[in-house]
Design a protein around this ligand. Structure first.
Ligand SMILES: [Fe+2]
Length: 184
């Protein structure tokens, strides 16, 4: 089966196998992963020519409930923040269901973004990269260091908006977390 990270409410296991995704959750990709034709084709296609449809990037970003799904990033900060005064923000994941941290399976990074209310553009606030996961010349998980998937920063904004966090698991892809903030 084509291995695509699960959609809403579908839990990924630690190996990426047996995701329990029904075919209707998958994009149209009739070819197996070993076929060169599995890659989406760029450019104009004629209707009915059986060409694979291109997946838009946002369709590959998974959303779910962080209390049930270990990949969903959690944004911890006040719901009401002071205007133009720095406040603390913590982004992490796996607080309800722990995510592994091994050489084979780990979180590589989490990005934090701010989209101000009624604004057109979004702004990246921080990127947290988690670089050590037990790698060693002795072999996987034989190294001494493991980076925990948690980032802390401070930020300030003039008005309310939405914070987005995007987490990347090395085998389960991209996951989104969201939190609304207001100012007072
Ligand atoms: Fe994962």
């Amino acid at each position: 089966m084509h291995q695509l990270a699960p959609r809403d409410g579908v839990h990924a296991n630690d190996t990426g196998q047996g995701l329990g995704i029904s075919p209707q959750h998958l994009p149209i990709r009739p070819h197996g992963p070993k076929s060169p034709d599995h890659l989406p084709r760029i450019g104009n296609t004629k209707q009915g020519d059986n060409m694979p449809q291109m997946t838009e990037f946002h369709q590959a970003i998974q959303k779910s409930d962080w209390t049930k799904e270990k990949h969903v990033p959690i944004i911890e900060c006040p719901e009401i923040v002071p205007v133009d005064e720095y406040f603390d923000v913590v982004v992490t994941l796996g607080k309800a269901v722990a995510h592994p941290n091994t050489t084979e399976h780990h979180i590589r990074w989490i990005d934090l973004y701010y989209h101000g209310m009624d604004e057109k553009f979004i702004f990246q606030i921080a990127r947290f990269e988690f670089c050590s996961h037990g790698e060693s010349v002795a072999g996987p998980n034989q190294g001494p260091a493991y980076t925990h998937h948690e980032g802390r920063t401070k930020m300030k904004v003039p008005k309310g908006g939405t914070l987005f966090a995007l987490a990347y698991c090395n085998i389960h892809g991209l996951w989104e977390g969201v939190k609304e903030i207001k100012v007072a």
